[in-house]
Design a protein around this ligand. Structure first.
Ligand SMILES: Cc1ncc(COP(=O)(O)O)c(C=O)c1O
Length: 361
C-alpha cells in the first residue's frame, strides 16, 4: 500500500531524542528553546512560542487577544474544525465565510460583507501553503480595529507578498503534527512581532501564571510541550529548506505528469515561494477515482467536511464553494519521504483511470 502521507524520522532525530532522554529533559527545556530560536531565524520573526499542538496555538492566540464570550470571530468554512473550535471553546460567536470559487481560501468579497464593528478577530487559513490576500485582509480589518490571527498550520515556510505566511498578522499559528513539513507527532507554534503579546503567550502556555512572585494575571492552561518531542524538530528545522524543496518538487511532478481530462491538481503559486504540504487532486468523479486507486494499493485522503456542517457552530447562509471543493478534492500520496517511484506509479495509474472506469461505467 502506498500511504497518502509518508514522513520518516531518521538517525539525526533519534540522536536528538536520546540526548534529551539521557539528560532527563522530559518537560519544557533546552530543545524547546532551540526550536523557538530556529523558527525565529527561519521565519524572520522576533517572537516564537512552541506549544503542544496547532490547535493550542490558535486557542492561545485568542486568549492573548482577550477574546471574551460573545465576541465575534470570522473563520472560513473550508478548514480543519480546530480553527473554529478555538474560538468556540471561549464561547465566542464564530461567523463563517465561504471560500472563493477558484481556490480553497477565504472569499474576500464575502468577508467584506460579514465583517462589522462586532468582529474582534479574523482567522484567515492559508490552506496548503496558499496565501489569503493579507494586504486586503489587513485593510478590511483596520476599518474596525479587528485583529488578525493567521492559521498557517498548513503553510509552514510558505512565502507571501510581505513575508512568510503566519508572520504578517497580529499572531500566526503553525502545526507540527504529522502532516507538516516538520513533524513531531503533536506540536505547534505561535509567532508574533509584539513583545507584549509574546510575554503574555509565555504565561498563557503555563496556566497564565506569573511565577515569581506568584500571581494569576491571565486565563491560560497547560499548553506546554515535552522536550522529548521538541528535540525531534531540531534536525528537521536544520533541513527545512530542503524539505520545502522536496515538497515543491513532488507537487511539480504531479502537476506536470498528470494528464487526465477528469482529474486535475489544484494549483498553487509555487513560483512566488508558496510551499504546498501535499498535492490535492480535484475530480467530479472523486469517489470512483478513490475507489480505483484503493484497488491498486494507493491510499488517498478526502478533504475535510466544511465546518458549517458542525451543528454547534449554528452557521447561517450558504457555502457552495466550500461544499464543492470538499466534495471533489482529495489528497494524493505526499510527504517528505514519499519515494519518487511510488509517485510515478500513482501518476501512471491515475492517467489510466479513464480506461478501467470507463469500462465499468
Ligand atoms: C488548517 C488547520 N488549522 C489547525 C490545525 C490544528 O493543528 P493540530 O493538529 O496541530 O492541532 C490543522 C491541523 O491539521 C489544520 O489543518
Amino acid at each position: 500500500m502506498i500511504n497518502w502521507w509518508y514522513t520518516e524520522l531518521g538517525e539525526p532525530e533519534k540522536n536528538k531524542l536520546l540526548e534529551a532522554f539521557s539528560e532527563k529533559r522530559m518537560t519544557l527545556s533546552r530543545s524547546v528553546r532551540e526550536v523557538e530560536e530556529l523558527f525565529a531565524a527561519l521565519l524572520h520573526v522576533p517572537y516564537t512560542v512552541m506549544v503542544n499542538s496547532g490547535s493550542s496555538a490558535l486557542l492561545m492566540a485568542l486568549l492573548a487577544l482577550d477574546i471574551q464570550p460573545g465576541d465575534e470571530v470570522i473563520v472560513p468554512s473550508l478548514t480543519w474544525i480546530a480553527t473554529a473550535q478555538a474560538p468556540g471553546i471561549l464561547h465566542a460567536k464564530v461567523k463563517l465565510c465561504d471560500c472563493t470559487s477558484t481556490a480553497p481560501i477565504i472569499d474576500l468579497g464575502q468577508l467584506e460583507k460579514i465583517v462589522s464593528a462586532k468582529t474582534k478577530v479574523i482567522i484567515p487559513v492559508h490552506l496548503n501553503g496558499r496565501e489569503c490576500d493579507m494586504e486586503a485582509i489587513q485593510k478590511i480589518a483596520s476599518r474596525f480595529g479587528t485583529r488578525i490571527i493567521e492559521d498557517a498550520c498548513k503553510a509552514m515556510f510558505s512565502k507571501g507578498k510581505n513575508g512568510f505566511l503566519g508572520t504578517i498578522g497580529d499572531l500566526g499559528c503553525y502545526s507540527l503534527g504529522m502532516i507538516s513539513l516538520v513533524s513531531v507527532g503533536y506540536g505547534g507554534l505561535v509567532v508574533t512581532r509584539s513583545k507584549e503579546i509574546y510575554e503574555k503567550l509565555k504565561k498563557i502556555r503555563d496556566h497564565g501564571v506569573q511565577r515569581t512572585p506568584e500571581s494569576y494575571p491571565y486565563l491560560g492552561f497547560n499548553f506546554k510541550i515535552s522536550d522529548l518531542l521538541a528535540s525531534l524538530a531540531i534536525p528537521q528545522l536544520q533541513n527545512l529548506e530542503k524539505r520545502a524543496q522536496s515538497s515543491v518538487a513532488l507537487h511539480d511532478y504531479y502537476s506536470q505528469s498528470l494528464k487526465h481530462p477528469d482529474i486535475s491538481i489544484l494549483p498553487i503559486d509555487k513560483k512566488s515561494g508558496k510551499v504546498p504540504v501535499y498535492a490535492e487532486a480535484y475530480s467530479e468523479r472523486r469517489e470512483d477515482v478513490i475507489f480505483y486507486l484503493q484497488e491498486k494499493g494507493i491510499q488517498t485522503s478526502r478533504y475535510h467536511l466544511p465546518i458549517h456542517h458542525a451543528h454547534y457552530l449554528r452557521a447561517d447562509g450558504f457555502f457552495p464553494n466550500a461544499d464543492r471543493f470538499a466534495r471533489n478534492s482529495f489528497i494524493l500520496p505526499s510527504g517528505p519521504s514519499q519515494k519518487i517511484e511510488d509517485i510515478s506509479f500513482v501518476v501512471e495509474t491515475l492517467n489510466q483511470f479513464a480506461c478501467s472506469c470507463g469500462a465499468n461505467a
